[in-house]
Write a protein that binds this ligand. Structure first.
Ligand SMILES: [Zn+2]
Length: 325
């Protein structure tokens, strides 16, 4: 039995690639350039058995409850991993695809008419569609339980690009004999370079400390052991990432996707009527980017702060011109 199993924590597996209800915990994302230090925590809750310490999510944004709360739900598009064929469509994705097509057509029209995209008449034509696409953004990335240097335990969101770099760092550490996400884990430095959608890169490296070894200064990987006290804290404060978001059934997603932009009645009927006023939510927006509406009912709300704000119109046009859209 491993030290993780003895402590009723999942044993992390490397290279593979609802719930705790205390939503007052920290939620982090790597949104600024430079270093961000975290210690990833062992698999928890429904992920323990599989050893997964990361959970992939494709989250649909843009739905608003009657009090202004943002309601988020996971995409229901199901693809066959081998053939990449879509086995079940997502009505919301189809609606987004149609809007993208509409925008692409308008851009094509403007190009044909040789209108500068930055000209006021072009912006007037494109902005509403771009705003819509930003509101109904799909946030794709991975969530992990992590600890910050000040000892807080919370949920860390990383983009797909960053996850790839994390896996490279993890596999190097495993090769060197570390168990970076285990009880005797490692501090990691998540470095972000650039802020734009296309020019952002990440690098993840173990934090190194200088130690004195018989008078010789040496750099070693900074490890972090979860003591029994810390293990108790980790178990009390980790999120069950596998069940964090409410999975909606196909019909509910279809109802949301086909109900227009001012559909808070339908949003309330699917997610539940909020019991708290919007002003109380706003107060916490800066500190708590994702929060629960009514945790006992497993309903999750979040502020727009978590939306990928990287995507602006200039980025979109640059991507379009580069043939990426
Ligand atoms: Zn979808």
């Amino acid at each position: 039995m491993s030290i993780e199993q003895e402590n009723e924590l999942g044993e992390p597996t490397y290279g593979a690639g609802k719930s705790k209800k205390d939503f007052s915990n920290a939620n982090w994302k790597i949104s600024t350039e430079g270093s961000h230090y975290f210690r990833i925590l062992p698999p928890f809750g429904s992920l323990s058995k599989s050893g997964r310490y990361m959970q992939y999510e494709a989250l649909h944004w843009g739905m608003e409850a009657s009090n202004g709360w943002k309601r988020v739900f996971p995409c229901v598009r199901v693809k066959d991993n081998k053939t990449k064929m879509v086995k079940q469509e997502c009505p919301m994705c189809l609606r987004i695809d149609a809007k993208r097509e509409e925008l692409a057509k308008k851009i094509e029209q403007l190009k044909k008419a040789k209108v500068d995209f930055k000209a006021p008449e072009a912006k007037k034509m494109l902005q509403p569609l771009n705003d819509w696409l930003q509101r109904f953004n799909v946030q794709r990335g991975f969530f992990l339980n992590a600890m910050s240097p000040d000892g807080k335990i919370g949920r860390l969101y990383i983009k797909i690009k960053c996850k790839n770099d994390l896996e490279i760092a993890i596999s190097k550490l495993v090769k060197d004999g570390y168990n970076p996400v285990g009880i005797e884990g490692v501090w990691l430095d998540f470095q972000r370079f650039g802020l734009g959608r296309d020019d952002t890169t990440f690098k993840v490296e173990p934090v190194q400390e200088t130690v004195d070894m018989n008078g010789v200064k040496a750099k070693v990987v900074k490890t972090h052991k979860l003591t029994p006290d810390l293990i108790a804290q980790v178990k009390a404060s980790s999120f069950d990432l596998g069940t964090f978001y409410t999975q909606l059934d196909y019909n509910s997603v279809q109802a949301l996707a086909t109900s227009g932009e001012n559909n808070s009645e339908i949003v309330d009927s699917i997610f539940g009527v909020p019991k708290t006023s919007a002003s109380e939510v706003t107060e916490e927006e800066d500190e708590v980017p994702v929060r629960a509406a009514e945790p006992e009912e497993d309903i999750v709300s979040a502020t727009s702060k978590m939306v990928n704000t990287d995507a602006n119109m200039d980025d979109f046009l640059a991507a379009f011109n580069a043939g990426k859209v």
